[in-house]
Design a protein around this ligand. Structure first.
Ligand code: V47
Length: 371
């Protein structure tokens, strides 16, 4: 034990954290290897409080998943369907509009729009979707399409990246979600998502989107076949890209949920692993403002605990659901619907101040700590 009350092996890392110095790849591996969960968490909490104090953000949002047809065949995904299989759907514009209208009536300020890589839709489907949503709900932020979808659009519809970004932006795309990053290491990608955008392309595209003045998020899917070094490699690659292009707002570690996927035989990450992963992410990603505890995948109780392990964002209410999200329901369906009041309560009960935000982190309403 020592002045930080942590495993002495973590002392050199603690010194760096206190001095606000950048941690190395090896520091990341050592943090993952440590059995001192509290120690790792306390270091992450120092950084979290330095950046945000007690502020903890959430928004009111809904997911729209326009189609689940996808050619990519990712082994971890329980959402996609191939064109020759049953259970596929593509929502027409009116169906998407009806879901958006319902979300707006429930106070949503954001639509999070992602779907499969559908080879039977014209590009105009996506631009029409965005422009119709924007026309009907100009005040709603459209957080739409991952780097994997942008890559698919450029290749499949034979456009330059810049053209794709410009056309979608003009149609109403305000920012991009962080999905599709999975684990960047090629050995892992070859096994879990071999047909998908590779790491360098994902990072380059994020850079191009940032260059166009558009914010994006970043994710990491953990708890499947990757090892700790792969996770640290992923985080360091994101940190390097952020140094270059600076447009990532938030990092979201995504806990792998095996049921329904081709990797259903795997156990998925434990709660301890999830808390440690959130903490190490907070510590390594010194140039990311926000770390999200995505309650849909963590479950509400663990997400609440994660606020003490470096996370400062709870994601949103996700009112009305979304088919992709429902493919990784960690808790029962009712448990997976959160009212705004419930999120505020979860944040306040954990000892933090709840702040409703818009997608780009402007505070909309603050809820003081309960007396
Ligand atoms: O890219 C797919 C992951 C991602 C599973 O940007 C799975 O604010 C766990 O990116 N178990 C999509 N994860 C979700 C996503 C996201 C979520 C919330 C907020 C934001 C944001 C982004 O979900 C996919 C993939 O990595 N995923 N299948 C699964 N079985």
């Amino acid at each position: 034990m020592n002045e930080y009350f942590i495993d002495p092996k973590l002392n050199p890392i603690a010194e760096k954290v206190i001095a606000d110095e950048r941690l190395s790849f090896d520091d990341g591996v050592a943090l993952f290897a440590s059995d001192d969960l509290h120690g790792v968490g306390r270091l992450a909490d120092i950084v979290r409080r330095r950046k945000h104090g007690l502020n903890t953000y959430f928004n009111v949002n809904r997911h729209l998943n326009p189609t689940n047809y996808c050619y990519a065949d990712c082994k971890f995904c329980g959402f996609f369907v191939k064109h020759n299989q049953e259970g596929g759907y593509t929502h027409n514009i009116d169906e998407n509009l009806a879901m958006a209208r319902q979300a707006r009536m429930q106070g949503a300020t954001e639509l999070h729009i992602v779907g499969g890589l559908n080879t039977r839709l014209p590009f105009s489907y996506y631009t029409d979707l965005l422009s119709t949503l924007k026309r009907e709900f100009p005040e709603m932020h459209l957080k739409a399409f991952t780097m994997v979808e942008l890559d698919f659009f450029a290749k499949f519809y034979k456009m330059s990246d810049e053209e794709v970004i410009q056309k979608l932006h003009e149609a109403g795309m305000d920012s991009c979600p962080g999905g599709g990053a999975e684990i960047f290491h090629e050995r892992v990608r070859q096994q879990i998502c071999t047909h998908k955008t590779d790491a360098q392309r994902w990072l380059d595209l994020a850079g191009k989107v940032h260059q166009a003045g558009i914010k994006t998020n970043a994710t990491m899917l953990y708890g499947h076949i990757e090892n700790h070094e792969d996770r640290v490699d992923h985080l360091v690659k994101l940190r390097e890209q952020q140094d270059k292009s600076g447009g990532f707002q938030c990092f979201i570690p995504l806990a792998f949920y095996p049921p329904g996927s081709q990797l259903a035989y795997l156990p998925g990450p434990s709660g301890i692993d999830s808390l440690k992963t959130i903490a190490v992410s907070r510590l390594l990603l010194d140039n990311f403002d926000h770390i999200k505890a995505y309650w849909v995948m963590l479950g509400k109780r663990l997400a609440q605990t994660a606020l003490h392990f470096g996370a400062n964002d709870f994601d949103g209410t996700i009112s009305g659901g979304g088919e992709l999200m429902e493919s990784y329901l960690v808790e029962s369906k009712s448990e997976n619907e959160a009212s705004k009041q419930e999120i505020i309560h979860l944040i306040q009960e954990a000892g933090f101040k709840a702040i409703e935000r818009d997608t780009v982190y402007h505070p909309l309403r603050e809820y003081e700590l309960a007396a």
